[in-house]
Design a binder for this molecule. Structure first.
Ligand SMILES: NC(=O)c1ccc[n+]([C@@H]2O[C@H](COP(=O)([O-])OP(=O)(O)OC[C@H]3O[C@@H](n4cnc5c(N)ncnc54)[C@H](O)[C@@H]3O)[C@@H](O)[C@H]2O)c1
Ligand SMILES: O=C(O)[C@H](O)CO
Length: 386
């Protein structure tokens, strides 16, 4: 028998039982569910990561849908439990869904939602922040000041890398990778080299147009290049930012060999998923190459770090906060709730999951659609004509 898990209940007499495995920012998501006759149960357990047993206990005997988190293991066991309880909808409060076994969800006919679009710029901004913090040694310098070590200006004090005119490399130029590339090209006048399985025509057009603008202004233009291999990016770029999905093809994409390919003074940033980097190899590389720097938002065995990483002065490390702006987190909660609500109400799937603004406009009711369901095709769900 699983131990009961503490909850907070909203609208106890609601017809549909929807569970959120965590309190989420804002109240709009709760109000939208209540307005549509949902009883909302929010898990208030103090521990950060819920176990499969905790979530089974939350689901109970009757549950129409669950809003969950990327820290949870949504596989066969949980989808079977949700299906037994009559549930047909699950949504991650995240765009990444490598914690979800979509095949298992398909087997039980459960729709799986995610939250693209609302976190693109926020996440790209953190990747840009980490790039700058690493290039200009901001965390090291901050620690130095607080330790009372500053006794006057010196020509060699915390000398870092200038970004202007250098090359930024992007691996995975999807929504976030492209937004980051634009920030670095436009903000710091960097040239771009990118590697993705698909061509990013819009990004290429942007860099071309910006390069022409700079030239017409009498300034050094910027250029872009689509690399034919990831190694080409690693060899040529001064700052490399990782933005692919995590799957079998991207696990340990950055390993001992690929690290050795990079410039000795390169900067590597990861705001995708921890296992994209072999973290043991990275720690060794940081030790051997003190001028090589990293900015990490994600870790291979989150919430833990591999031994040695915390001691490395050439690493800037933050706890998976790339999407942590108020607007984005409230929007993620709203999109996740509307994914679950839409499936419960039998709504169709929104036609373009990258354009979710209509769901985020608080002054009008959201469209009668699920904003983003990743297995819509596999489940044969209809697409909205709105
Ligand atoms: N740190 C955070 O808080 C945070 C926030 C948001 C997203 N993320 C992560 O970022 C990922 C990307 O998000 P997105 O919205 O940009 O997704 P996206 O689907 O728009 O972009 C991913 C890109 O990766 C490319 N890709 C896939 N396999 C590849 C490979 N083997 N080599 C090179 N490129 C490859 C895809 O073609 C695609 O263009 C998410 O899946 C998530 O894991 C992390
Ligand atoms: O995938 C995601 O959305 C992040 O990791 C959290 O915002």
């Amino acid at each position: 028998m699983a131990k009961p898990v503490s909850i907070e209940v909203w609208n106890p007499n609601g017809k549909y039982r929807v569970i959120s495995t965590k309190p989420m920012p804002g109240t709009r998501w709760i109000n939208l569910l209540i307005e549509q006759d949902c009883r909302v149960e929010i898990c208030t357990e103090k521990k950060t990561i819920l176990s499969v047993e905790d979530i089974i206990s939350l689901i109970g005997n009757k549950c129409d849908g669950v809003i969950g988190q990327l820290t949870e293991d949504w596989g066969e066991t949980l989808f079977a439990a949700l299906s037994r309880a009559g549930g047909k909808a699950f949504s991650n409060m995240a765009v990444g869904y490598n914690n979800v076994d979509v095949n298992a969800a398909n087997k039980y006919g459960v729709a799986v939602g995610n939250t693209p679009g609302v976190l693109t710029e926020t996440t790209a901004e953190l990747a840009a922040s980490l790039s700058l913090a690493a290039a200009r040694r901001i965390v090291e310098a901050d620690e130095f000041m607080r330790a009372g070590l500053y006794d006057g200006w010196l020509p060699h004090l915390f000398v870092g890398n200038l970004l202007k005119g250098q090359t930024v490399g992007v691996i995975g130029a999807g929504r976030i990778g492209s937004a980051y590339a634009r920030m670095m090209v436009e903000g710091f006048k960097m040239n771009l080299i990118y590697y993705d399985l698909y061509q990013s025509t819009r990004l290429e057009k942007f860099v071309t147009a910006y390069g022409e603008f700079l030239k017409s202004n009498g300034e050094q233009p910027v250029h872009w290049k689509r690399a034919s291999s990831m190694d080409e990016v690693l060899r040529e770029a001064d700052v490399i930012s990782l933005h692919p999905v995590l799957d079998k093809t991207t696990y340990h994409l950055i390993n001992k060999e690929s690290l050795a390919t990079m410039k000795k003074e390169a900067i590597l940033v990861n705001c995708s998923r921890g296992p994209v980097i072999d973290e043991v190899a990275l720690v060794e590389h940081l030790k051997q190459n003190p001028m090589f720097r990293v900015g990490l938002d994600v870790f291979e065995d989150e919430p833990f770090m591999k031994p040695g990483l915390a001691e490395m002065k050439n690493a800037v490390i933050v706890p998976h906060i790339a999407s942590a702006s108020k607007w984005t987190r409230e929007g993620m909660a709203t999109l996740a709730a509307l994914n679950v609500l839409g499936k419960i109400k039998g709504y169709p799937i929104w036609g373009d999951s990258n354009r979710v603004e209509p769901f985020l406009n608080e002054s009008v009711p959201p469209p009668a659609a699920c904003p983003s369901i990743v297995n819509a095709k596999a489940l044969g769900l209809p697409v909205s004509k709105l």
